[in-house]
Design a protein around this ligand. Structure first.
Ligand code: FES
Ligand code: FE2
Length: 357
């Protein structure tokens, strides 16, 4: 089950080059993307209304798209504007068009009722395209349901286990930290001090160089993770009485990540790694991304294995722990939004607003 009335990340801006047709499946819908002459991105149902050929095998003509099976031409709004074999164009000659916004190097697509699309609710990514920060980007596809990935990101105690030698830095500091979770608009905020945390290996500091790290992130609907970390000399956590620090950190990093379902059992995941140019070098930025990419393959191996166990064994209740507080809260939030959407417009989740087009 998916939340439809919501913005999803369809990809990085650089995935959508001028003159290119890009096919993506999002929430089970086949979608074709292309850029208009002014650079604006169009997203249309990737299924011609004639014989259901994919429009991604078509041809861009100005701001329009021609199906290269029998030649129907569609405007950026999805309306058919030319049928080479006849003069009359029926009003049903239309494919669905989706609202799209390009913001913070991400291409966001609204998957529900276009009349309800509101750009103002798109979360702002951290430090994307900021000249004062290094920014590296990546993408990963999981053979798993999106909820398992949300769960993973909502409980970072796994860093000390799944990522023991990568993000966990061979320390129990993440695993033993106690986060504070609060509700925010359309999401949760999770904050914690990670005390006695080893400094990144690539800083080449003497062995045993530790810091106190403040890690704070917002996790917002439908699965957008916005994490900033700030490191301080040891003792900073106690000096702040385990509250948010006010002092200038000696190391900062951020990452923004987005979980986008392809189908019920396949998900794509987009992520950035950002380091402040004031404190870090380009080499540090590359090394940090290398660690993140190793860590994300560890996540993928664990989550895909978890998905297989869940799919192949009888359903039973999962044990609830204190550390599941944030993920349970987010699951309830999503379930409530999906239920409310189903109540008001049950057709949205099925043949998604083909009717809307
Ligand atoms: S399938 Fe597209 S024109 Fe026939
Ligand atoms: Fe992870």
């Amino acid at each position: 089950m998916f939340l439809r009335n919501c913005w999803y990340v369809a990809g990085w801006s650089h995935h959508f080059p001028e003159g290119g047709l890009v096919a993506r499946t999002i929430l089970g819908d086949p979608i074709v993307f292309y850029r208009k002459g002014d650079g604006g991105i169009v997203a249309l149902e990737d299924r011609c209304c004639h014989r259901h050929a994919p429009l991604s095998r078509g041809r861009i003509e100005g701001d329009d798209l021609r199906c290269m099976y029998h030649g129907l031409k569609f405007s950026a709004s999805g309306k058919c504007i030319e049928i080479p074999q006849q003069d009359i164009i029926p009003s049903t000659a239309v494919v669905r068009s989706y609202p799209v916004v390009e913001q913070d190097c991400w291409v966001w697509i609204w998957m529900g009722d276009p009349a309800r699309a509101d750009d103002a609710v798109i979360p702002r990514a951290l430090n994307h395209n900021d000249p004062d920060w290094f920014m590296l980007t990546g993408e990963l596809t999981y053979e798993a349901n999106y909820e398992l990935i949300n769960d993973n990101l909502l409980d970072l105690s796994h860093l000390s286990y799944v990522h023991q030698s990568t993000l966990g830095r061979n320390s129990m500091s993440w695993g033993e930290s106690r986060p504070r979770t609060t509700a925010i608009d359309r999401g949760v905020r999770i904050e914690r001090w990670v005390v006695n945390h080893p400094r990144p290996y690539y800083l080449k500091l003497p062995a045993g160089s530790l810091s106190d790290m403040w890690a704070s992130y917002d996790y917002v609907v439908p699965g957008v993770f916005l994490l900033a970390t700030k490191s301080y000399p040891l003792g900073a956590a106690a000096q702040s009485s385990m509250r948010a620090p006010r002092a200038e950190p000696d190391w900062v990093s951020s990452t923004s990540q987005a979980v986008t379902p392809i189908s019920e059992d396949k998900t794509v995941y987009f992520y950035s790694s950002c380091l402040s140019r004031r404190l870090a070098s380009e080499e540090h930025a590359r090394e940090q991304m290398a660690v993140i990419e190793r860590a994300f393959s560890e996540d993928r191996a664990m989550i895909e294995a978890q998905q297989q166990i869940i799919a192949s064994t009888r359903q039973s209740r999962m044990l609830q722990l204190a550390s599941d507080g944030a993920l349970n809260r987010f699951r309830r939030l999503m379930a409530g939004l999906i239920a409310a959407e189903q109540e008001t417009n049950p057709t949205l989740s099925v043949e998604a607003a083909h009717a809307v087009a």
